[in-house]
Design a binder for this molecule. Structure first.
Ligand SMILES: [Zn+2]
Ligand SMILES: [Zn+2]
Length: 395
C-alpha cells in the first residue's frame, strides 16, 4: 500500500505471491520511505526491486531484515531452478540490505509533518504494525495476531482514526490453540508408540520454531531440517522479539539439526521430523516423503494452510504428492492441523473495537465483506480497497 501523508509518499510492504509461477504486483511508484511489516514473501519479497528503482530508506526490525535477506536469495535460487524470470538479482539484495534502517518496537521515524512508530503485530517474531501520526492517527497492521502463541505475545490495540487491518480469516475462526496442540501431541504419541515416524512439514519462518517449542517436553527424538535451522539461529540471536528467549533456547537444545545427507538418513529413523517446505513445494520434505510416506505406520501432519495448486493441497485432496516428476502415493496417516498465525474473525472484530477507529480499511483478504457486514461492527465506516484504485480517507 502506498500512503500519501503530509506530502510524504510511504510504501507499506512490497511483496509477491510465491505461486507457480510467482505472481508480481504493479511496479512500485516512487517513494520517500518503505516500511516493511515482516519477512513473509507476500510482504517483503520485492523490496530489492523497489529499492533498485527508487533510492529510499527501508524501515523494519533487524530480525525481519535478516530473515528477508535469506528469503530474497532463496527466491532468486528457486527462480533459477524453475527457469522463471525474476525481477531482481543478488546485487539488488545487497543494495536493499544497505538501505535498511532497523527499528525496535516503540521506535519512531520522524518525517516532515509525520511520525511513524513501530508496535508488535504478534504474527511472527519481529513483525511490526506501523502507527502513522500526522493530523490524525492511522494504524497499518500488516499480518496480525492478537492472541499469544508459544513463540510471540499477541498484538495490543492502538487507538487510531484510520485502521488498515488484515482480513485473511474474515468469516472464519480458528480452533483453540491449546486444545489443538494437545490433539497434535496425542496423535504424535500414537504414531511413535506403534513404531512409526511423524513428518511435520512446516514453514521455515515461525511455524518450525513453534512446533519445536511445543515438542520440547514430549520426550520424543526430534530433528529439524531445511531453512528453519537458520531461522531458529536468527530468533535466538534476536531473542527480545520472542515471547521467551529462554524457552526457545531450551527447546532448541532438545532438537537435532540435519547438517548432512547421513544426518538426513539418521533423521528418517527419528520419532519426529520438522522440515520445510510447509506446502511440500521443494525443500528436504520430499526426501522424507519418499522414505516414509508409503508406510501406514507413519504419519504426515500438515501444520499450515495449503494453497490451491501446491503439492500439500494435492496430498490433502488426492493422497498423492509429485516429487521430481514421480507421483508418490501416501499411505501414511494424514491430518491437517490449523496452526495459523493470523487473527480469526472474532479476534479481528475485537481488535477493531479496541482500536475504535472511525474508518476501517480491510486488506489482505478474500472476504473483506464478512467484516464490513458483521452486525457487531455497525457504525464503523468500511473501505474495501481494490488493487490499483486510489482512495481518499474521509476526515
Ligand atoms: Zn505473514
Ligand atoms: Zn501476509
Amino acid at each position: 500500500m502506498m500512503m500519501e501523508v503530509a506530502g510524504n509518499r510511504l510504501l507499506f510492504d512490497y511483496g509477491f505471491t510465491a505461486s507457480k509461477p510467482p505472481a508480481f504486483p504493479e511496479r512500485a511508484p516512487p517513494m520517500d520511505a518503505l516500511f516493511v511489516t515482516h519477512c513473509h514473501l507476500d510482504h517483503s519479497g520485492l523490496v530489492p526491486e523497489a529499492t533498485r528503482r527508487h533510492m529510499a530508506p527501508v524501515h523494519t526490525t533487524n530480525l525481519t531484515s535478516e530473515i528477508s535477506e535469506m528469503l530474497w536469495y532463496d527466491s532468486i535460487k528457486i527462480a533459477n531452478i524453475e527457469g522463471n524470470v525474476f525481477p531482481f538479482k543478488s546485487e539488488d539484495v545487497k543494495m536493499a540490505f544497505r538501505s535498511i534502517e532497523p527499528m525496535d518496537f516503540g521506535d519512531e521515524v520522524e518525517m516532515m509533518g509525520a511520525t511513524v512508530r513501530a508496535h508488535s503485530a504478534g504474527h511472527i517474531p519481529g513483525a511490526v504494525m506501523f502507527e502513522v501520526v500526522s493530523d490524525e492517527v492511522s494504524l497499518f497492521t500488516g499480518d496480525l495476531n492478537n492472541r499469544a502463541t508459544r513463540l510471540v505475545n499477541g498484538a495490543r490495540p492502538v487507538p487510531c482514526r484510520n485502521l488498515f487491518i488484515e482480513g485473511t480469516y474474515a468469516g472464519r475462526e480458528h480452533p483453540d490453540r491449546h486444545e489443538l496442540e494437545l490433539e497434535l501431541l496425542d496423535r504424535i504419541d500414537d504414531v511413535v508408540y506403534r513404531g512409526g515416524h511423524v513428518i511435520l512439514p512446516a514453514f521455515a519462518v515461525g511455524r518450525s520454531q513453534e512446533l519445536i517449542l511445543m515438542l520440547e517436553d514430549s520426550g520424543h527424538e526430534v530433528w529439524l531440517d531445511g531453512m528453519g535451522k537458520r531461522v531458529s539461529r536468527s530468533y535466538l540471536d534476536n531473542g527480545h522479539f520472542l515471547r521467551s528467549r529462554g524457552s526457545m533456547r531450551a527447546a532448541d537444545r532438545q532438537v537435532s539439526y540435519v547438517k548432512s545427507e547421513s544426518g538426513r538418513d539418521r533423521a528418517k529413523e527419528a520419532d519426529v521430523i520438522v522440515t520445510t517446505s510447509g506446502m511440500l513445494e521443494g525443500g528436504p520434505v520430499g526426501s522424507y516423503l519418499r522414505a516414509l510416506a508409503g508406510d501406514p505406520k507413519n504419519a504426515v501432519f500438515l501444520t499450515g494452510y495449503q494453497v490451491e495448486g501446491t503439492n500439500g493441497r494435492l496430498l490433502m485432496d488426492d493422497r498423492v504428492v509429485k516429487l521430481d516428476g514421480d507421483v508418490i502415493k501416501v499411505d501414511a496417516e494424514l491430518e491437517y492441523f490449523d496452526f495459523s498465525s493470523h487473527a480469526g474473525h472474532s479476534d479481528i472484530v475485537r481488535f477493531i473495537k479496541q482500536c475504535d477507529p472511525e474508518t476501517v480499511v480491510v486488506m489482505h483478504s478474500g472476504h473483506p465483506e464478512q467484516l464490513a457486514e458483521d452486525p457487531e461492527l455497525e457504525g464503523y465506516e468500511f473501505i474495501l480497497p481494490e488493487t490499483g484504485k486510489p482512495f481518499t480517507l474521509p476526515g
